[in-house]
Design a protein around this ligand. Structure first.
Ligand code: G3H
Ligand code: 13P
Ligand code: ZN
Length: 312
């Protein structure tokens, strides 16, 4: 199967009450881990690439790695998506360079400017058979190129979504309902609670329209513990409760973004091996353990959180 767009995936996910996992890829081990898990569980999957990933691994290497993964896993639909495209140029570069989906993240702009840049990307993307995700509302947290403080974050306003979607022609919409990027999403001792009231209000305004959740890692405490027991220092890392993500996946949320949990799994494996035996210096010895953890994380998400097992 060649790379696909997310159109068909989202339609089936919406109707079937599940969500597609969008996992960030930065190197060969991560691409292998995600696609092997999805292949074994017969699940559709989205591989997403950030600007930081392109800087680190190079666009061509990433596209070729994904092509290899398709060849190895011919029976599952795989989409290749640009995560958090900051402007028209990076979106164009990914559209021209073989991606099937791009995100234009205009959430830092005022409403009308967000509409303007999103519309421009949609026109170019649709003319090239590529789909577009946009964002309304602001998530707190840190990505390579964007840092939003908790005070500057803001929930999506349901009043704005209808106008935004109709004026831009965008294919899916990322919303802010209390998730955030990174491993430190909530304060210790608090009760993490996503704003399902806002989500349901948005669903009413734009029925049958695919919603995206960013910042949806759950920060598995077993990996935080392994990291800390093996020389790491992650204090009070807390993620989104998985039962709330499962609930979101049953609703209009069709795409759930996960990166931090993969990083934690990979790092836990590498630290465990190197801490246990400081004489090791063959990268394969530690990367294979990290890779196995990433695969286990993805398999767990597909089966127990997203509900996308067997939906390929
Ligand atoms: O949303 C952010 C993703 O985790 C990508 O992070 O910009 O550090 O590659 P990055
Ligand atoms: P996490 O940091 O919660 O994994 O979010 C990743 C993400 O939203 C990528 O766009
Ligand atoms: Zn994100």
């Amino acid at each position: 199967m060649a790379l696909v767009t997310t159109t068909e995936m989202f339609k089936k996910a919406y109707e079937g009450g599940y969500a597609i996992g969008a996992f960030n890829v930065n190197n060969m081990e991560i691409v292998q881990a995600i696609t092997e898990a999805a292949g074994e569980l017969n699940s559709p999957i989205i591989l997403q690439v950030s600007a930081g990933a392109r800087k680190y691994a190079n666009h061509t290497y990433l596209v070729k790695l994904v092509e290899a993964a398709i060849q190895e896993n011919p029976n599952i639909p795989i989409a290749l998506h640009l995560d958090h495209g900051a402007d028209f140029e990076i979106c164009k570069s990914c559209i021209d360079g073989g991606f099937t989906s791009v995100m234009i993240d205009g959430s830092r702009f005022p409403f009308n400017e967000n509409i303007e840049v999103t519309k421009k990307v949609v026109e170019y993307a649709h003319a090239h058979g590529v789909v577009v995700e946009a964002e309304l509302g602001k998530l707190a947290g840190i990505e390579d190129d964007v840092k939003v403080s908790a005070e500057d974050s803001s929930y999506t306003q349901p009043d704005e979504v209808e106008e935004f979607v109709s004026k831009t022609g965008v294919d899916s919409l990322a919303i802010a309902i209390g998730t955030s990027h990174g491993a430190y999403k909530f304060k210790p001792g608090t009760n993490p609670q996503l704003r399902f009231d806002i989500l349901h209000e948005i669903e009413k305004r734009i029925p049958n329209f695919p919603i995206v959740l960013h910042g949806a890692s759950s920060v598995p405490q077993e990996y935080v513990k392994i990291i800390n027991e093996n020389g790491g220092k992650l204090k009070d890392a807390i993620g989104v409760p998985e039962d709330q993500l499962r609930e979101a996946a049953r609703s209009a949320v069709c795409k759930i973004n996960i990166d931090s949990d993969l990083r934690l799994g990979l790092t836990a494996g590498v630290r465990q091996v190197l801490f246990a035996d400081p004489s090791i210096f063959d990268p394969r010895d530690y990367l294979k353990v990290g890779r196995a953890n990433v695969k286990a994380v993805v398999a767990h998400k597909i089966k127990d959180v997203l509900g996308s097992e067997g939906k390929a």
